[in-house]
Design a protein around this ligand. Structure first.
Ligand SMILES: Nc1ncnc2c1ncn2[C@@H]1O[C@H](COP(=O)(O)OP(=O)(O)O)[C@@H](O)[C@H]1O
Ligand SMILES: [Mg+2]
Length: 344
């Protein structure tokens, strides 16, 4: 268990900046997710933390010790980390227990000690019964459990996980997600979990760092991030809010394109001027009153339905009780709750 401090990290590949001044503190025993779209620099950040990449500038501390900094470059194997990747990365010709034992044999531990620690790690991930199997005899979820046991067997101070569930089907993903949460509660290991899946991050994390184009836009506990997004990007990425560009005039929002007008609910903090409107699909209502809009599609979701309307060059998504309506019908849409971000 150890704290982590990333301070002012920059990294470019050629002329392309990939991480642009990233700072983040992770407390001892905390699980923090790096959440963001593909290509935003999550893996690069994790690899710098692991010592597999060196930043152009910035400082990394693990457990108070500087492992990356001016003139400092502690190699990966001396950082006390375990890592799990999206690809299962197990040795195909070794059995489950040989795979898990590998980090310990590298350290030349006594055979009996290796055996007992491997057994314990396999118990953590519920693979005791499959110890002598080969990787080709295992499912994707089991392979990822082997990787998890191997990452944990040497009792790392920090566990780094890079999209470990992305290659699994939905049911397995949920199952392994619950196991990671249980393991964490049991072992108390500090974890950094990289994902592009907001549901995964919301379910697992103590805090989430939302990344966009090489910077962190917000770090907060899941509920707070969801309820109080600090930027339009965070609101759009976490919780799938509609994001519209336009301006506020006379208590209403006017889209920049097409000039659709939405009256704002009383109490909305909205000074006149250019702004970005952020409104969650469930905070829009189809009712008797509202801005008349032509429905372009209705998607049945089971417990609810999603209604789509072309507005301001994008599709406005409304989620509400299923209703019998057809594409092409004009329906009144009302904003029940919204947040506005002034744009200079
Ligand atoms: N070794 C590399 N050489 C050149 N470009 C790279 C390298 N690694 C990553 N990149 C680029 O850096 C950006 C961020 O990549 P990455 O950190 O893998 O993002 P993420 O994990 O968030 O999807 C991407 O545009 C990617 O193409
Ligand atoms: Mg990645």
């Amino acid at each position: 268990m150890a704290s982590i401090a990333l301070g002012g990290l920059f990294k470019s590949y050629g002329a392309t900046p990939v991480v642009r001044g990233l700072s983040l503190d992770v407390r001892e025993g905390e699980l923090v997710s790096l959440l963001g779209p593909s290509g935003c620099g999550k893996t690069t950040t994790l690899r710098m933390l692991a010592g597999l990449e060196h930043p152009d500038s910035g400082v990394i501390r693990i457990g108070g010790e500087t492992v990356t900094g001016p003139g400092v470059r502690v190699p990966p194997e001396r950082r006390g980390l375990g890592m799990v990747f999206q690809s299962y990365a197990v040795w195909p010709h070794r059995s489950v227990e040989e795979n898990v034992a590998y980090p310990l044999t590298l350290r030349r531990l006594a055979k009996a000690e290796v055996a007992s620690r491997v057994k314990e790690a396999l118990r953590w991930v519920r693979l005791e019964a499959l110890a002598t199997r080969r990787p080709h005899e295992l499912s994707g979820g089991q392979l990822q459990r082997v990787a998890l046991a191997r990452a944990l067997v040497a009792s790392p101070r920090v566990l780094l996980l890079d999209e470990p569930l992305s290659n699994l089907d939905a049911a397995l993903r949920e199952e392994l997600r619950a196991e990671i949460a249980a393991l964490r509660a049991r072992l108390g290991t500090t974890m950094v979990f990289v994902t592009h899946d907001q549901g995964e991050a919301l379910a697992l994390s103590d805090r989430i760092a939302v990344m966009n184009q090489g910077v962190i836009e917000q770090v907060d506990a899941p509920e707070r991030l969801y309820r109080e997004p600090a930027t339009p990007f965070v609101a759009g990425f976490v919780g799938g809010a509609n994001v519209l560009v336009g301006q506020v005039r006379d208590g209403a929002f006017h889209t920049a394109q097409g000039d659709t007008r939405f009256p704002l609910p009383p109490g909305t903090a909205a000074p006149d001027g250019p702004c970005t409107l952020v409104v969650r699909p469930e905070d829009l209502e189809l009712g008797a009153e509202g801005t008349p809009l032509p429905l372009s599609a209705r998607l049945f979701l089971g417990h609810a339905a999603e209604y789509r309307f072309p507005v301001g060059g994008t599709l406005l998504r409304v989620v509400g009780p299923p209703r019998e309506v057809r594409a092409g019908e004009v329906l009144p849409v009302r904003i029940a709750k919204a947040k506005l971000f002034a744009t200079g």
